[in-house]
Design a protein around this ligand. Structure first.
Ligand code: COA
Length: 131
């Protein structure tokens, strides 16, 4: 994530194929939103392939909405990118919705005191279950 003045630009977010669909991508995004909030960013933005409905669904869940298109943004296949951005993440309405999402994540992952440690805890739980 880059911080440019008061805008936090997500550059890369990815989960290994075998680990997808278990909440890790959401945890990564949540962590970025928390960090952006802490450094007083007002807006978050990113580009996403128009065909990448999975990622778009994740971003919409956290208040990102399409606000434009960058034609032929991806040089490998000339695919267009949607520009997706949040409203002001410091607004009470955003923070209330975000807190609500965090509570749901907490109940999904069990009683975890601090979300910043959720990802390693989740990985450890998964490793223990796989043994
Ligand atoms: C996008 C990506 C990071 C999501 O990570 P993930 O760990 O699989 O996602 P999660 O399990 O945390 O799911 C979070 C949300 O993403 C969306 N999502 C995840 N998998 C999905 C699928 N197969 N179909 C539709 N939506 C999906 C849903 O909104 C989901 O929330 P829900 O569980 O309440 O429905 C992952 O698919 C990935 O690494 N993709 C390749 C790289 C990429 O496209 N990065 C984004 C570039 S802009």
């Amino acid at each position: 994530m880059w911080l440019m003045v008061d805008e936090a630009h997500i550059t890369t977010i990815a989960v290994l194929n075998d680990w997808r669909g278990r909440g890790l991508g959401e945890l990564l995004l949540v962590s970025l939103i928390q960090q952006a909030t802490e450094v007083y960013a007002h807006r978050m933005t990113l580009e996403v392939r128009v065909s990448n409905e999975t990622a778009q669904k994740l971003y919409r869940k956290y208040g990102f909405a399409e606000e434009g298109v960058r034609p032929r943004y991806y040089s490998d296949n000339n695919e267009d990118a949607y520009i997706m951005s949040t409203k002001n993440i410091q607004d009470i309405s955003y923070q209330e919705a975000f807190t609500d999402r965090l509570e749901r994540l907490r109940s999904r992952f069990g009683s975890v005191p601090d979300l910043e440690v959720v990802a390693p805890v989740f990985a450890a739980q998964h490793a223990a279950r796989s043994q």
